[in-house]
Design a protein. Sequence first.
Length: 269
Amino acid sequence: MGQKENYIYLYGIVPVYELDKTPFSSFAGIDKEQKAAIATYGDIAAIYTEVDAEAYEGEALESRMKDDLEWLQESAMHHHEVLLDLQKQYTLIPMKFCTIYLSQDSLVEKLLEQADTIQSLFIRIKDSEEWNLKIYCDDEPLREHVLQHSLSIKEKMQELESLSPGRQFFEKRKIDQLVDGELEKEKNQFCEQIHAELTEIASEEKVKTAWSKDVTGRELEMSWNSVYLIQQNQVETFLKLVQQKNEESASSGWRFEATGPWPAYHFVY
């Protein structure tokens, strides 16, 4: 049997016409043994590198991703940094980490099959950037605000004084649950209002699941997590609004964190 052909590791797809303005500059591929290359198919250009077939076969790759955490971290960072660099130069449809094709032919077949969808994506994301917004909340100032401004809770707190100590204990637990409910309601309404204002600036938006403290490693709870596809000429307006809301809400326990620009990860799949 002859030696197995290398597989194709795909970084992303760009419009061919943009290569005339910004010629492609090669770089070391994910395994550092092969240089990245570009192949054009009609109006579509694929940026890829060849990788060893045995190392990137299904089970071998799965095992490597599970057992070799150093390689996984380094390779995922390489992929991410390559996409960040390409996104600065081209209208980029980014691929997920370890998007593998068995051959050039299988890549061509897939690109031609999805040519119309790809062209539509190029139009949607052209001159746009993805920005992420996470909103964190210190519950204590907000809880105090709820206690001070909720008439129903104030009334129930006053009623406690006339109850026996045993009844007070159980009623206090009910009030705590009521406060927790009002707190969540207040947080959701606040975040949804911010999101509505930012959506006016964005071309597209998506709401994601907020991360737990175990994931973020932060003291503050994440109350909101969303992404926005924003035209480059609207980015400054977007960031100014986020900064304004951050300053206005800081005393109430809110913290805003906008990060980007990222490739349009959330708007091409």
